[in-house]
Design a protein around this ligand. Sequence first.
Ligand SMILES: Nc1nc2c(c(=O)[nH]1)N[C@H]1C(S)=C(S)[C@@H](COP(=O)(O)O)O[C@H]1N2
Ligand SMILES: [Mo]
Length: 316
Amino acid sequence: MLIRTPRGWELPERQATPEHLVFGRRAALGGTMALGAALVAPRAAAAQSAAAEFPAAVRNLRFSPGRDITGERDATTYNNYYEFGSDKGIHRAAQRLPTRPWTVKVDGLVDRPREYSVDDLLKAMPIEERVYRLRCVEAWSMVVPWTGFPISALLEAVGPQSSAKYLRFETAAMPSVMPGLRQSWYPWPYIEGCTIEEAANELSFLVVGAYGKPLLPQNGAPIRFHQPWKYGFKAGKSLVRISLVAERPKSFWEAIQASEYGFWANVNPEVAHPRWSQASERVLGTGERVPTQIFNGYGEFVAGLYTNLQRERLWA
Ligand SMILES: Nc1nc2c(c(=O)[nH]1)N[C@H]1C(S)=C(S)[C@@H](COP(=O)(O)O)O[C@H]1N2
Ligand SMILES: [Mo]
């Protein structure tokens, strides 16, 4: 008999280790705090020197999440980043990711292809803070103050040609620091994509920080994408290349299981995942379950993108 071990993506979310609860409990035991602080001090110092060049960002109040911001500890210790492992507790392993120097190549069907260093982008792009909801396809969610800039600003800088129809996002694949890459059945590198119209939407955001600090490795340092009306797997972490292309790119999860993870992946409570309902979501750090909203509540900004696409499989 063939005994098949379920892979990470096949586990319903409720079976995943609720790592953040473990950490929350440990933090509450006051006596261990001093030791904890002593152990993390060197890393905190390094983060501070990086923060010295990190731009102060004004919060853009146009995008109000209508929900409390998730605790920083929850957002930074309960992660999906398969390159570092397929459980939620990869934050320690992810500290090995070298985030400087780091460049992002922007190429393909553009007039001015260019390789940007992340530090160039920090200086040249219109940096702001946006508090966005993030809804994972596994039915958990969080609310994070991200620092970043609209990807439309980068598109303006490189000049897309009229033949460019899609963006293809390629993320880092560094075997020496990413143990997940040894799982060779996964189609590395992690690829994502969207249409050029979706990228031009004002919500489409390239993220370089969270909670007023440079992005941590586990959240996709030094630069990741986020489109808050789509399921979280569309938000490629640690981007190395953004290509403008004519053909629809095939994404990592689509290559693994197209019947469960499609190209569009817009949030919709009425369209169940083949193995679980999407009607509600567990809000990280609160013990609360709340109804999921169509387009994750961002319909006023994005519904118009899809009026002529009703025959596409828009919802996951
Ligand atoms: N490169 C890469 N990007 C990724 C993932 C991943 O495994 N690898 N996971 C995705 C998924 S499923 C989600 S829900 C979000 C999680 O982002 P967070 O850990 O910052 O909450 O990152 C997305 N981006
Ligand atoms: Mo996800």
